[in-house]
Ligand binder design. Structure first.
Ligand code: GUN
Length: 302
């Protein structure tokens, strides 16, 4: 039986509507949450993400501003920009879009964001709050994954979860959130032995590797829930055929645009999974919706 498709656009729209209602209530009390986004240089993917974040802020009523230092910005210049944003009372959330150019000390920059305004949840203090189950700001994509599962009534407690990928942005924080929700969690990486065998244990499999279609049917137990965090652009014809041969709609996209967006999960997995997030339209929209929710939360906490 084909998998249930977990519609991220629909869930994200629900969350945005809830956030917009909260923003309206706060507005009646004279408070308007404010978000500052820092986008360094001209990374095309980052530009697309930031555009989405600014547009979504406007839609839910959050005031937003963008700072766009040039590619050759120094760590010191970024630290002074962030110090200024930390000081400004009308700014509730600060987001520094990653990756930063190689000359910038990213860890130093993320450490300089006021933890109370750290709507990405990347500051070590918020990481510590998450791992010790204290209230704090939680990274957006991991928080969005929990929303997808809970709003789709997929139980977490007591279940076997396998997370593939151990990044600070997704793998580690989602593993911690799932552990806090009483799952039995395994985190896999490039040195994991028998990765397909470990993944087949999962009731819930989270793929956050960044490799197009790497998770094939051999990695998935029949009926498992599969969360695909990957966003990979495929431009190579042979790679495209490995993933989408016979898919007329994708063939059309590939022919006209010369590229398709693919997750970390091979499309064939939809034939055996119980439920699966599509790419695009799965986890992606939740990341922005949770940023909006975090900004409102930061404003309330402050
Ligand atoms: N780059 C890729 N994902 C993210 C994210 O969630 N937040 C930020 N700031 N940068 C990113």
């Amino acid at each position: 039986m084909a998998a249930t498709i977990l519609d991220g656009n629909k869930i994200a729209a629900e969350i945005r509507a809830e956030v917009a209602a909260e923003v309206k209530t706060m507005g009646a009390a004279g408070i308007r949450p404010g978000l500052a986004v820092v986008l360094v240089g001209h990374n095309p993917a980052s530009e697309i993400y930031v555009r989405g974040k600014v547009k979504s802020s406007e839609e839910v009523g959050i005031s937003s501003e963008q700072h766009t230092p040039p590619d050759n910005v120094s760590t010191g210049q970024l630290l002074s920009l962030i110090a200024d944003l930390n000081r400004r009372d009308e700014i509730d959330g600060i987001l520094v879009q990653l990756p930063l150019p190689s000359q910038v000390d990213s860890k130093k920059v993320l450490l300089s964001v006021d933890p109370a305004k750290d709507v990405d949840g990347f500051h070590p203090m918020n990481v510590g709050f998450l791992s010790t189950q204290r209230p704090g700001l939680v990274p957006c994509t991991p928080a969005g994954i929990i929303e997808i599962l809970s709003r789709s009534h997929i139980p977490i407690a007591g279940r076997e979860v396998v997370v593939v990928g151990r990044s600070d942005i997704v793998g580690k924080p989602v593993a911690m959130l799932l552990l806090n929700a009483n799952a039995t969690v395994t985190v896999c990486h490039s040195k994991t032995r028998d990765l397909p065998g470990v993944c087949r244990r999962a009731d819930i499999l989270v793929a956050a590797i960044g490799r197009a279609g790497m998770i094939t049917r051999d990695y998935v137990k029949l009926g498992a829930t599969v969360i695909d965090v990957g966003m990979n652009k495929v431009t190579d014809r042979a790679e495209f055929m490995r993933l989408f041969a016979g898919n007329a709609k994708r063939e059309e996209t590939f022919r006209t645009k010369g590229a398709v967006l693919v997750g970390d999960v091979h499309p064939e997995v939809a034939e055996i999974a119980g439920a699966i997030t599509p790419v695009p339209g799965g986890v992606g929209p939740l990341t922005i919706a949770m940023l909006m929710a975090n900004t409102v939360r930061a404003a309330k906490l402050r």
